[in-house]
Design a protein around this ligand. Structure first.
Ligand code: AMP
Ligand code: MG
Length: 520
């Protein structure tokens, strides 16, 4: 099997002159050449047939010795040179300086069917950007990234993808809860893919060092390859570039809010310049609808990256990108206008997205109020987001009490629901029913449309944890079961009804289920 290698990033951007893996500050370079760590006893745990095909390979090759060697970092694919990318970033609201691929190693880029894919190993050892880290990843976080990214793709959310999951045979020391109790865990590597892994932080890296020559090179490269329709590099195209990054980022955030996804670590180094969801760490899907929820224990106090704050944080991150790109445009007004437009667009797009979730096609002035009242009810009493909206797909015009009965399965404590709240719900259903009279679609048509935006299956953290617990004792079947389930999140899958259920009580406070640390 031969891959069609077409390296653009390392061919067109400046390399770090130093060529070993020792930790250092890197200047005037977009990346450093590195050597992946040779793992002790690599074992292929899972491959994505779809992505194998997307890069021009086949399943037979995926099961070959050479595949395992290349994608575990054991050997380097012919005529390629692995590298780690240089980036900086703002973490939790503060400038963090140089970060970079501390445990991600890009193998190469391939072109297949006119699509460019950069292939990257996460957890393949130290790079110049590893700082105090070991460059490795544990099986638990690798299973999560592998399943989460594919789940997001099939939910219709822009995201990086995953090619394969490999256990390294090496033990990795982690203090999972940061409480002084470090333990050895199984090491693993995910090979992930994206047209490019460039982040907001790559631009910040050059801007912070006032290296405007390379800032321009990076921006021109990004536009030429990924935004070619914006035309040749100029102040005009830089503005249009920022405008489109804003638009893509906004679309991604609206999708996150729609499916109840919480990223958990929205630092600017985790923001893709292509508007893709990237870096699946302590992330997760809402169970109870809750603006304040974040799965990230490291952020438990301030909850900067809570569900309800994601739209604001994306805007804040875009502002940091604007600051980085400013030297190329030398005017603030265009950036201000675009950032202001984000707020206006968000209101419109969010409202339309919520309309679609409750089956409204017509746009009425009163819809915002109906939706705000619905959210207030969901927030008042622990209600499972996924189950609520999916059950609502079965609503039929004329229902009031029956409408309430339909969704009551989404309450975590059905018996404890106060009578006043039930009255408020009946009230809301009365208004909803009234509103649906203005729609032309019949119940079946509306239900079908709603089912296309309200998933039946999401990867709840306890589900991922079950797959992790099994894998840690050598049983990998659940990884595949969930992988298959999450390929069709909007479809009824009668054989998988057990996964259409509220989070079980045992998982409410369990590590890995309700809370996740950045330790990975
Ligand atoms: P994250 O918050 O996971 O996106 O990571 C932030 C930064 O820390 C990035 O530069 C990562 O490459 C780096 N990093 C995270 N974990 C490790 C690790 N185990 N070894 C080396 N670098 C790491
Ligand atoms: Mg990251």
């Amino acid at each position: 099997m031969q891959l069609h290698i077409d390296n653009s990033f390392i061919d067109e951007l400046p390399a770090d002159a130093v060529t070993d893996n020792h930790v250092r500050q890197v200047f005037e370079a977009a990346f450093s050449y590195v050597n992946p760590k040779v793992p002790k006893q690599p074992k292929l745990l899972h491959v994505s047939p779809e992505m194998i095909e997307a890069v021009g390979l086949n399943l037979e090759y995926a099961n070959s010795k050479q595949f395992l060697e290349v994608f575990s970092g054991t050997s380097v694919y012919q005529n390629t040179k692995p590298y780690a990318m240089a980036y900086a970033g703002h973490q939790f609201g503060s400038w963090a300086g140089q970060l970079g691929d501390g445990r991600a190693i890009n193998l190469f880029e391939v072109l297949h069917n006119q699509q460019r894919w950069a292939l990257q190993l996460k957890g393949a050892g130290k790079t110049p950007y590893s700082r105090q880290g070991d460059g490795l990843a544990v099986l638990r976080s690798s299973i999560r990234e592998y399943l989460c990214s594919e789940a997001m793709y099939h939910l219709g959310v822009p995201t990086t993808r995953a090619l394969c999951l490999i256990e390294t045979g090496d033990d990795v020391l982690r203090d999972m809860l940061y409480d002084g109790n470090a333990n050895y865990e199984k090491g693993a590597i995910v090979c992930r893919l994206a047209p490019s892994f460039i982040r907001f932080g790559n631009f910040e890296f050059f801007a912070a060092r006032q290296d405007y020559k390379n800032l321009k090179k990076l921006t021109d490269y990004t536009i030429n390859h990924f935004y070619p329709h914006l035309g040749s590099p100029s102040k005009e195209s830089y503005k249009k570039f920022f405008e489109e990054v804003k638009q893509r980022t906004l679309k991604m955030i609206i999708d996150w809010q729609r499916v109840g996804f919480v990223h958990g670590v929205m630092n600017t180094d985790n923001m893709s310049i292509l508007g893709l969801t990237i870096d699946y760490g302590p992330c997760g899907w809402l169970e109870g609808f809750e603006y304040n929820w974040t799965p990230n224990t490291t952020d438990a106090e301030n909850k900067r990256y809570r569900y309800g704050n994601q739209p604001n944080i994306a805007l804040w991150n875009l502002l940091q990108l604007a600051n980085a790109l400013y030297p190329l445009v030398e005017a603030t007004k265009p950036f201000e206008n675009i950032l202001n437009q984000y707020k206006i667009d968000f209101e419109v797009d969010y409202l339309n997205m919520m309309r679609s979730k409750i089956g409204l096609v017509q746009q009425l002035e009163t819809d915002a109020d109906l939706i705000t009242r619905l959210e207030a009810l969901l927030l008042k009493y622990e209600t499972d987001m996924t189950i609520f909206f999916r059950k609502l797909c079965h609503y039929q015009k004329g229902m009031t009490t029956e409408g309430f009965d339909l969704i009551s399965e989404a309450f975590y404590n059905v018996e404890g629901l106060p009578e006043t709240l039930k009255m408020a719900w009946l009230n809301w259903f009365g208004d909803y029913n009234h509103r649906l009279q203005m729609e032309t679609a019949n119940d079946t048509q509306r239900s079908e449309a709603m089912k296309r935006v309200n998933p039946k299956y999401v990867l709840r953290n306890y589900m991922a944890q079950l797959a992790i617990d099994a894998a840690n004792v050598g049983n990998y079947e659940l990884i595949d079961e969930l992988f298959q389930l999450l390929k069709k999140p909007y479809q009824e899958q009668p054989e998988n009804e057990k996964w259409f259920a509220k989070r079980p009580e045992w998982a409410r406070h369990k590590v890995g289920c309700s809370m996740l640390s950045c330790s990975s």
